[in-house]
Ligand binder design. Structure first.
Ligand code: IPM
Ligand code: MG
Length: 362
């Protein structure tokens, strides 16, 4: 099983190193090969997604990704910015289904910005369509307006669009995921205003006919943003488009206490996937050894479960993470009084120790 390891920028290198450490103690026939991506690749090779990196990702069975982005690249033309690396990988690998679980660990309920009783036991799965919508829709650009409120003025525009097959396939992913969980799908749209999302709603409703055992509810995105902080436990699977999913998944992540805990999977039609933490490159804390590696370690577990068909190994990692939390180890993002503050490397070592059966001393 070949894994392309792409650490990227900022805290990416630190957290991926810990996930690699964890993968290496599992005694599985894994072949890991590393490559540069994002700003690091721009600096080394002049492009955020060099051909060699893309080829490695295509040839591998799965991709373990850190994070990309740094303010210092903000002035580059868009095509050379670090973010283009992850967008390019999603597009070129056909990774249309983004699974972002928001799970509130028992020991971290107090770290949430919501009252503990609202988030205790929270377990939501956000399924975000990842290769369509306004993110990729053409045309886009800048031009001189010929109509609108200010004809003759400079303007910028993007295109929101979805085709029937794009909506059908993500709807199937959502209903199938719901079958394995709480059997409820909330489809989030803006059908009251946008043509694209009336179409979305119609097609999700059509696909639902094949899943009579799953409950479907439709919700406008503004209301969904509100319900997520009002009564988050009412959600099971949430399915939505690329942009709404980008926004709602960050919101859902925060409910759990720390975005530093949340893994994600981006899958193609054959369950090949790219696995990355839901958080970004956090350049403000990069290199300080304080980043939480658990989201990346849990992403490696998702990779073993979804793409590499190694559920026992995935279970071992997930139990180890619960064990280190139960032992009171906390990186600063999830620290609270009475627990023990540790750095990135110590946290990774503790997970390794929990897997290999050694005592966790912290
Ligand atoms: C995410 C990120 C990306 C996105 C950025 C880095 C392009 O915010 O994965 O959620 O907007 O999809
Ligand atoms: Mg985002």
């Amino acid at each position: 099983m070949k894994i392309a390891v792409l650490p990227g920028d900022g805290i990416g290198t630190e957290i991926v190193a810990e996930a690699v450490k964890v993968l290496n103690v599992l005694e599985l026939p894994l072949e890991l090969e590393e490559a540069v991506v994002g700003g690091a690749a721009y600096e080394a090779k002049g492009h955020p997604l060099p051909d060699s990196t893309l080829q490695l990702a295509k040839d591998a069975d799965a991709v373990l990704f850190g994070a990309v982005g740094d303010w210092k690249f903000d002035k580059l033309e868009r095509a050379l910015r670090p973010e283009q690396a992850i967008l390019g990988l999603r597009k070129h690998l056909g990774l249309f289904a983004n699974l972002r679980p928001a799970l509130c660990y028992e020991q971290l309920t107090h770290a949430s910005s919501l009252k503990p009783e609202l988030v205790a036991g929270l377990d939501i799965l956000i399924i975000r369509e990842l290769t369509g919508d306004i993110y990729f829709g053409q045309p886009r650009g800048r031009r001189t307006a010929v109509d609108g409120h200010f004809p003759g003025a400079e303007e910028a525009f993007d295109t929101m669009r979805y085709s029937r097959p794009e909506i059908e396939r993500i709807a199937h992913v959502a209903f199938q995921a719901a079958r394995r969980r709480g059997k409820k799908v909330t489809s989030v749209d803006k059908a009251n205003v946008l043509e694209t999302f009336q179409f979305w709603k119609d097609i999700v409703t059509e696909v639902h006919a094949q899943y009579p055992d799953v409950e479907l509810e439709h919700m406008y995105v503004d209301n969904a943003a509100m319900q997520l902080v009002k009564a988050p436990k009412k959600f099971d699977v949430v399915v939505t488009g690329n942009m709404f999913g980008d926004i709602l998944s960050d919101e859902a992540a925060m409910l759990t206490g720390s975005i530093g805990m949340l893994p994600s999977a981006s899958l193609d039609a054959n369950n090949k996937g790219l696995y990355e933490p839901s958080h970004g490159s956090a350049p403000d804390i990069a290199g300080k050894g304080v980043a939480n590696p658990l989201a990346t370690i849990l992403s490696a577990a998702m990779m073993l479960r979804y793409t590499l068909a190694q559920p026992e190994a995935a279970d071992r990692i997930e139990s180890a993470v619960r064990a280190v939390l139960a032992a009171g180890l906390r990186t600063p993002d999830i620290y609270s009084e009475g627990t023990r503050k540790v750095g990135t490397r110590e946290m990774g070592d503790a997970v390794v120790a929990a897997i290999t059966g050694k005592t966790i001393t912290g």
